[in-house]
Each structure stands twice: as C-alpha cells, then as structure tokens.
Design a binder for this molecule. Structure first.
Ligand SMILES: C[S@@+](CC[C@H](N)C(=O)[O-])C[C@H]1O[C@@H](n2cnc3c(N)ncnc32)[C@H](O)[C@@H]1O
Length: 225
C-alpha cells in the first residue's frame, strides 16, 4: 500500500477523480451512502491538499486509490459493534467505514492534532453520529478500550501493527488491514507478535469494489480468546 503522499508543489487536474466519482458504477456501489461519500471526497478535494492531508498527486486518484480502496474493507467487518481505525489520517478508511456502516461505532485513533481537528470537522459536517475521534498513539489506549475490529491502512508493517493494535481488539475480535500485494512477506516476521495474542492464521483476502478498479489486498487476523 502506498502511503498518502506529502505535498510536492505540483497541481494536477481533478477531472479524472470527478469522472469516476460520478460514474453509475460508483453510485450503484455505494447506494444510499453515495451522497455522503461524495461529500467526503469533495471535502478532501477542496481542502485536503491545502491542509496538508493529501499530496497533490493524490487529487486525481482520490476515488480509486483512497475512497474505493478504503471501501473494500467494509464487507470484511463484523456485522455489528465497534471498529477502531488506527492512524486514520485524513479519514481513510475510518470515515468511509462510518458512512457505509452507520450501525457500527467507529473510533478514529490519530496522534496528529491537525488531523484530529479535520476528522472531527468532517464528522460534524457530514452528520456522522457514530464517530469518536481519539487523539493519541494507539499504544496510549492499551487498556482503555477494546473494539470488535481494528482497521488500518498505511501505518506500519504487520509485526509492529500487531503490537500496537492487537491490544485494542477484544479477545475473539479481528484486525482487518488494508495492505499491498506483498503482504504475505510480512507474515513470518510477525509470527512472534501474533503468537503473543494467540492469534489465528492470518487470511489474505481480495477487496473488490467496482469493475475496472484494481482489487486491493486485505489481511484479516483473529485475536485469540
Ligand atoms: C501514512 S498515514 C496513513 C493515513 C491513512 N490511514 C491513510 O491510509 O491515508 C499514517 C498515519 O498513522 C498515524 N500514526 C503513526 N503512528 C501511529 C500510532 N502509533 N498510533 C496511531 N496512529 C499513528 C500518523 O499520524 C498518520 O496519520
């Protein structure tokens, strides 16, 4: 998974993003969630670069690389309960999850104040009552809460991610992580950390959204009871 780039001073056309974002395939995919997802994309396009949340290279690929990529995790989330998104940044995938799953309580864990201010503003602007923004590093919340599932994208390699995030998963709950194609290489180095949580065998899953948009790789692993 590529990280969201830092601003580099070049400005690209947002028309590609708009074409995909207003396509029938995307509207159908999001269904009743489409209007709020489109509002979130518009906020990111308007303010994301200005506020240092996304780099200019991300503007034309907001829908494909960020919104749809984030949405790919949703089918793998538990049917109810709570999800904590670790290192939410601009709200990826956390805000997309909160929009698509209003029945789930979404905790957005993010240490950078500038980003938590943005996340709270987005939650208010979109009227997302199922979001709690928690400012701090994941490690600071160990023992403070446990969610039914933890999500994460572009935050750390699996071994580190397990140590920082698995304590925030309730026993029997799951980590559901958006990863790159090479995720299998991260599993062996994470074995020791996984064993310390009596975790099950990690599953590598395919996150498919709309036709023509590249599938993403998702890694799901259950915390032992
Ligand atoms: C590359 S960004 C990815 C942001 C977002 N998940 C995305 O995919 O666009 C990594 C984010 O993780 C946050 N982060 C770094 N260390 C963290 C930690 N220990 N606990 C929680 N978040 C952390 C950073 O502040 C940053 O917002």
């Amino acid at each position: 998974m590529d990280e969201v780039g830092e601003p580099r001073g070049e400005t690209l056309d947002a028309s590609d993003a708009e074409t995909l974002g207003t396509s029938d395939a995307v509207r159908q995919y999001f269904g009743g969630s489409y209007d709020k997802v489109a509002q979130f994309a518009a906020l990111l396009l308007e303010q994301g670069e200005l506020r240092g949340l996304i780099g200019p290279r991300e503007v034309p690929r907001i829908w494909e690389r960020h919104i749809l990529n984030s949405a790919a995790v949703v089918p793998y989330l538990p049917s109810s309960g709570s999800v904590a998104d670790i290192g939410s940044g601009a709200g990826l995938p956390g805000i997309v999850i909160a929009i698509m799953r209003p029945d789930v309580e979404v905790l957005l864990v993010e240490p950078m104040e500038r980003r938590t201010v943005w996340l709270s503003e987005v939650a208010t602007t979109l009227g997302l009552g199922n979001i709690q923004v928690k400012r701090g590093r994941a490690e600071e919340f160990h023992g403070a809460f446990e969610a039914d599932a933890v999500t994460s994208r572009a935050v750390a390699a699996l071994s580190k991610l397990v140590r920082m995030s698995m304590p925030l998963v309730r026993p029997g709950g799951e980590m559901v992580i958006l990863k790159g194609r090479n995720v299998a290489l991260e599993i062996e180095p994470a074995r020791k950390a996984l064993r310390s949580f009596r975790a099950g065998e990690p599953e590598i899953l395919e996150g498919v959204t709309v036709p023509g948009v590249e599938a993403t790789t998702i890694l799901r692993v259950r915390r032992g009871k």
